[in-house]
Design a protein around this ligand. Structure first.
Ligand code: ADP
Ligand code: MG
Length: 223
């Protein structure tokens, strides 16, 4: 897998009221990469993640997966592409409160009319230490446990890459660190690329490749 962003820019609004959220970003991501992107609030981190993952459309520039330009896809093709190739993890977990952990985990497959691979599900549950929690509702779980359920959900469709937008923002520093270590570990074992957005420099330093974004401009800090 090879993802390339070429001259990627996003301007919200237009004319005098236009806000340049992202400016001429170039980036290449390959299988197994563990990348952190750090930057202050409002610097364009979420915008970049949305554009790299087909959640929004750029004002200029392109994003290719294995040479294919994803923004040439129709909305329907783009959402199928996201369901199959990309895993997402958010600060707010976004678990459905009326579904058990297990039901939350397999939901992306059900939406795609696919059957879960139970061996793979068990393997994920074991790696993430959530075997005993699969039949609980989200409100019966701690924040760290909820985020581990969300990690399993992000991986269930066997995507190529996981994008995590401030996944530790709602956790205390100890469970935040645990979640990142688990994410890193499970990513390595399963051969997934991981792109982690954070404003916490201690979390950013856990990544192999560290990028920073300031006023929509991306640069490589450590490679
Ligand atoms: P971060 O995730 O680093 O906090 P964002 O990517 O969310 O930053 O935002 C970057 C800039 O773009 C900010 O100035 C923000 O206000 C602006 N922005 C983000 N989303 C929108 C939107 N949908 N409409 C208008 N402006 C937006
Ligand atoms: Mg953000």
């Amino acid at each position: 897998m090879n993802i390339k962003a070429n001259d990627l820019s996003k301007i919200y609004g237009n004319g005098e009221n236009g806000v340049t959220a992202l400016s001429h970003v170039n980036l290449s991501i390959v299988s197994g990469d563990f990348i952190s992107i750090i930057g202050p609030s409002g610097s364009g981190k979420s915008t970049l993640l949305h554009l790299l993952s087909g959640l929004d459309r750029p004002t200029f520039g392109s994003v290719t997966y294995d040479g294919k330009e994803i923004y040439r896809y129709s909305e329907k093709e783009l959402s199928a592409f996201r369901r199959r190739r990309i895993g997402f993890i958010f600060q707010q977990f976004h678990l459905l409160p009326v579904l058990t952990a297990m039901e939350n985990i397999i939901m992306p497959l059900l939406l795609d009319r696919r059957q879960p691979d139970l061996n793979y599900l068990n393997q994920l549950a074991e790696l993430l230490g959530i075997q005993e929690r699969l039949y609980h509702l989200p409100h019966e779980l701690s924040g760290g446990q909820q985020q581990r359920i969300a990690i399993a959900r992000a991986l269930i469709a066997k995507p190529d890459i996981i994008f995590a937008d401030e996944p530790t923002g709602n956790l205390d520093s100890k469970s935040g660190k645990e979640v990142i270590e688990l994410l890193q570990n499970v990513g390595k074992k399963m051969g997934k690329a991981l792109v982690l957005i954070t404003h916490d420099s201690r979390i950013a330093q856990m990544a192999e490749r560290q990028l920073q974004i300031v006023d929509g401009v991306l640069s490589e800090v450590k490679r």
